[in-house]
Design a protein around this ligand. Structure first.
Ligand code: COA
Length: 377
């Protein structure tokens, strides 16, 4: 009994001292900067707002992986490099149908990437192959699940356009592919988030690129990181109307659940990516758009108010996942592909961090403090 009390007391003290490394600087980086107080995101020297409308995913990935200016290479050469890598990755996709878990796209993505053998490839080639393999996977997930013939990639298209083409069986309009491109470049990197840190820990052991990226996929999958947009969409659908927002959210909190798409470890203002996605949705000018955005905004406002009442010091606002759900839903991306699509964009940042970390030649190995009892008398 005494022992149980001691353990419970220790657990409380333990929780109080567990900071989740909040505010700890684990790297000086050239890749991105998240200014949580001012709601500013810089990736490779550009603001997220600039990137969202100027660079293709291929150009941004090249910039992150080589440091070369976006226009140093002809855009067509980059499109073709990624396109040919999609064609190569597609050949592997058919072969691994049987090992995929049809109930879980993220598990399957992790398995698919882990089977890639890139030991002989240089970094640029292996990064391009993994990023392209993810695009082919997402574009064909629905076909894999329903055991339909797979749709081959078109190497002449940009990654964003080809993903939508494989997914929906027709070449998308420029507006749709631009919206997906905006999504992919905007989520490409974001400071020392959990999956990026995971990739860097694995890279610091001098492990291979595929191991770094599969580990990062595992971290991204969790609902506190990249797994939130699906639940956000379900929440919006379940709330259904602005007047239902407050009772629905209050019930959710009273039952001990978190409101998905709200709160952030670093931002104390609204996540700047939320506004970028909101604008991208608006540019699509689809039927029913105003109603969808009005509902999302009403839920966001109500959630902010309720969370402010509960946690006045914390400033819990909408994060990237809130409007991700609205944007990807507007592109007819199935909900189970929201998190894999996040990986398709974030892989650009993961790979850049793997290179940067490996270059430091320093094992990441933090300390811990034993707070258990001494049993050996
Ligand atoms: N809904 C309800 N309560 C929330 C909340 C949310 N979305 N976000 C934070 N809180 C609560 C926490 O439970 C905590 O309360 P407690 O002290 O009683 O346990 C308090 O607010 C402070 O939390 P905070 O320190 O700001 O959270 P964190 O930095 O550890 O975690 C997140 C950040 C993103 C994991 C967290 O805000 C969250 O779970 N959000 C929902 C999931 C989500 O949208 N994830 C995508 C992130 S991009």
């Amino acid at each position: 009994m005494n022992g149980a009390t001691t353990t419970a007391a220790t657990a409380v003290e333990h929780k109080a001292s567990s900071t989740g490394l909040e505010g700890v600087n684990v790297a000086d980086t050239l890749i991105s900067e998240v200014d949580g107080a001012n709601g500013r995101l810089i990736i490779a020297g550009y603001t997220a707002e600039t990137l969202a409308t100027t660079l293709s995913f291929e150009q941004l990935a090249h910039l992150l992986w080589t440091g070369e200016e976006a226009n140093a290479q002809p855009k067509s050469a980059l499109i073709s490099r990624f396109g040919l890598a999609r064609v190569a990755a597609f050949a592997r996709l058919e072969a691994c149908r049987s090992i995929l878990n049809k109930n879980d796209a993220m598990d399957s993505l992790r398995s698919f990437i882990s089977l890639i053998d890139l030991k002989a490839a240089d970094d640029l080639k292996s990064f391009t192959h993994m990023a392209s393999a993810m695009a082919v996977f997402v574009g064909n997930w629905t076909n894999l699940v329903h055991e339909r013939p797979l749709v081959a990639p078109d190497a002449s298209l940009e990654q964003s356009a080809d993903i939508l083409r494989m997914l929906h069986g027709e070449t998308p309009s420029a507006a749709l592919s631009q919206a997906l491109n905006t999504y992919l470049v905007t989520v490409s990197d974001h400071g020392m988030n959990a999956s990026t840190f995971t990739a860097r820990v694995v890279a610091s052991t001098d492990s291979d690129n595929v191991s770094c990226i599969t580990a990062a996929i595992g971290a991204l999958k969790g609902p506190l990181h990249g797994g939130a947009p699906g639940p956000v969409l379900r929440m919006l659908k379940s709330i259904g109307s602005a007047q239902n927002a407050r009772p629905w959210l209050e019930k959710e909190l009273s039952e001990g659940r978190r409101i998905m798409g709200m709160g952030h470890r670093v931002y104390r203002v609204r996540d700047p990516r939320a506004a970028i996605f909101e604008q991208a949705v608006r540019r699509l000018a689809q039927e029913g758009l105003e109603e969808r955005l009005a509902l999302a905004s009403a839920v966001e406002r109500e959630a902010e108010t309720i969370l402010r009442e509960r946690y006045p010091e914390r400033n819990l606002k909408a994060n990237v996942e809130f409007f991700t759900s609205v944007l990807l839903d507007s592109l007819d991306v199935p909900e189970e592909l929201f998190t894999p699509m996040f990986a398709v964009g974030r892989v650009a940042g993961w790979c850049a961090h793997v290179l940067e970390q490996r270059g430091l030649r320093k094992l990441i190995r933090p300390a811990s403090r034993y707070v258990g009892v001494m049993r050996d008398q």
